[in-house]
Design a protein around this ligand. Structure first.
Ligand code: PLP
Length: 365
């Protein structure tokens, strides 16, 4: 029987805390589609302030937040957006910007640190004099922290440079900030400064912050007015949404302060995994709460075997390709959970190595 459960699949797996549940139970609510929910309004005001933008809007998910933002910046069909080849918008959002928005993606290689080379972005901007053939570039998207590169952070200086480039060419800049609070804490730079150059930014409440659902879009007042209309079109406007926003307000209060400790635990986990024979972690990539490890090809265990044994010990992880595994720290993972995970993996790999060696010696003798 499993006595312990350590869920490292994602930071989206957290359960609402008692304080969140209590706040949800007593939340003041009204019809938010009509614009009257006081708790949603309070959350949006607070988030606009944190993000240094004129206004903000609560939407059901990060995917919808990105889609709404791209649709507004690229409202003419056939517009082109420049984004990373490993950006969440490009890989994991069902190609919604194309299927729903008629927006054409122009991808640039994401470097290991999540950036795209500025000169490559500039080269990818279409020449408007050849609009007879080219789509029109209207938007650049960045992602901070960059999930696929292991939660690495884009600095304010890098983002400013991309913002300057966007301005120079009359383009808009959108930041997918699903984990912008993690980036802010890791870099020691306020969220508002990190997204200063952006025309729009999204921030998920249901990832590092640990709220049960929802994402905020922030931008100018006119951008958010348009976002409200597109949210309604996409079916994302909800009535007494204050029930969910109340939990998000508690998450902001309770959990931003815990991110630093999450990042420390991620480092302990990464260093521990890297010491285990048969595994490899790129330690430089662990800047926030995400850890990727690889099973070395000459290792005696396969990924499927490892997952099976980890699950039997109550440890859940996320496969990311044939030899790569993702672990994500969140506020409901303790230091002792990290140590337990490390010892289980160590023991499983030791036994596999031992049996592998024994089988080999038997064949040889
Ligand atoms: C970087 C990034 N952006 C956007 C999203 C989409 O968020 P959601 O799952 O709320 O649609 C995710 C989800 O994991 C993400 O990691």
């Amino acid at each position: 029987m499993i006595e312990r459960r350590v869920d490292l699949r994602s930071d989206t797996v957290t359960k609402p805390t008692e304080a969140m549940r209590a706040a949800m139970a007593r939340a003041e609510v009204d019809d938010d589609v009509l614009g009257y929910d006081p708790t949603a309004a309070r959350l949006e005001k607070e988030m606009a302030k944190i993000m240094g933008k004129e206004a903000a809007l609560f939407v059901p998910s990060g995917t919808m937040a990105n889609l709404i933002s791209v649709l507004i910046h690229c409202e003419i069909r056939g517009s082109e957006v420049i984004l990373g080849d490993y950006s969440h918008i490009h890989i994991y959002e069902n190609g919604g910007i194309s299927t729903i928005g008629g927006v054409h993606p122009r991808t640039i290689k994401n470097n290991e640190d999540g950036t795209m080379d500025i000169h490559l972005i500039e080269e990818a901007i279409r020449n408007p004099n050849f609009a007879i053939c080219y789509p029109t570039t209207r938007l650049i998207c960045l992602e901070n922290s960059h999930a696929h590169s292991g939660g690495r952070c884009l600095t304010a200086e890098y983002t400013d440079k991309v913002g300057e480039l966007a301005k120079k060419h009359g383009l808009k800049l959108h930041i997918d900030g699903a984990r912008i609070f993690n980036a802010s804490v890791a870099l020691g730079v306020p969220v508002s400064r990190l997204v200063q150059a952006a025309d729009s930014v999204t921030a998920c409440l249901s990832k590092g912050l640990g709220a049960p659902a929802g994402t905020i879009i922030a931008g100018s007042k006119s951008f958010i007015s348009k976002a409200k209309i597109v949210r309604k079109t996409l079916g994302g406007a909800m009535r007494q949404v204050g029930v969910i926003c109340a939990a998000a307000l508690v998450a902001l209060e309770e959990n931003v302060g815990k991110l630093e400790s999450d990042h420390k635990k991620a480092k302990i986990l990464a260093e521990g995994l890297n010491k285990i024979k048969g595994l490899k972690v790129d330690l430089a990539s662990v800047e926030t709460n995400i850890v990727y490890f690889e099973i070395l090809e000459d290792s005696s265990i396969t990924e499927i075997e490892l997952f099976k044994y980890l699950e039997a010990h109550g440890i859940l992880v996320m496969p990311e390709g044939p030899l790569k595994t993702r672990l994500v720290i969140h506020h409901q993972i303790s230091e002792s959970d990290v140590q337990y995970t490390l010892s289980c993996i160590q023991v499983i790999l030791f036994f596999f190595f031992f049996f592998f060696l024994q089988a080999y010696l038997e064949i040889e003798s």
